[in-house]
Design a protein. Structure first.
Length: 135
């Protein structure tokens, strides 16, 4: 089993601006999100998972309970309804926004870090990835 809990630093984004603007985020804010290099801390305590991101501009924290729907606040003020699964090498978060648009975040871990893949069922929204290295 891969170590999931820990601290990570963003190394690169792929397609993040197109993904965020496709979801309705203004392009200037999407470009800011693409330019910052956040550090992420993941804490796992039993069925509780906390993912905290510190970009130097702002912080966000999501608290999940495996298998249960929770409110999941996003940096732009939207609150998603999210349900999380924990696998041996992945955290999978299925979410729905207030307008019924659903998406998924898959955090796939290796010994050196993780790749976050973000997808949406909204028509025309491409997927995006963010690659993090372990600190």
């Amino acid at each position: 089993m891969v170590q999931i809990a820990g601290k990570y630093k963003l190394e690169k984004n792929e397609n993040l601006v197109a993904y965020l603007t496709g979801l309705g985020i203004p392009e200037d804010k999407a470009k800011i999100a693409d330019s910052v290099k956040p550090e992420v801390e993941i804490i796992i305590e039993g069925d509780n998972i906390t993912i905290t991101s510190n970009s130097g501009i702002g912080n966000s924290s999501s608290k999940f309970v495996v298998g249960k729907e929770v409110d999941d606040p996003m940096p732009m003020g939207v609150v998603l309804k999210s349900t999380t699964k924990l696998e041996s090498d992945a955290i999978i978060v299925d979410s729905k926004d207030p307008n019924g648009v659903s998406g998924q975040r898959v955090y796939k871990f290796t010994s050196s870090g993780f790749v976050l893949t973000m997808t949406s069922n909204k028509n025309g929204v491409p997927s995006a990835t963010r690659t993090y290295s372990r600190c």
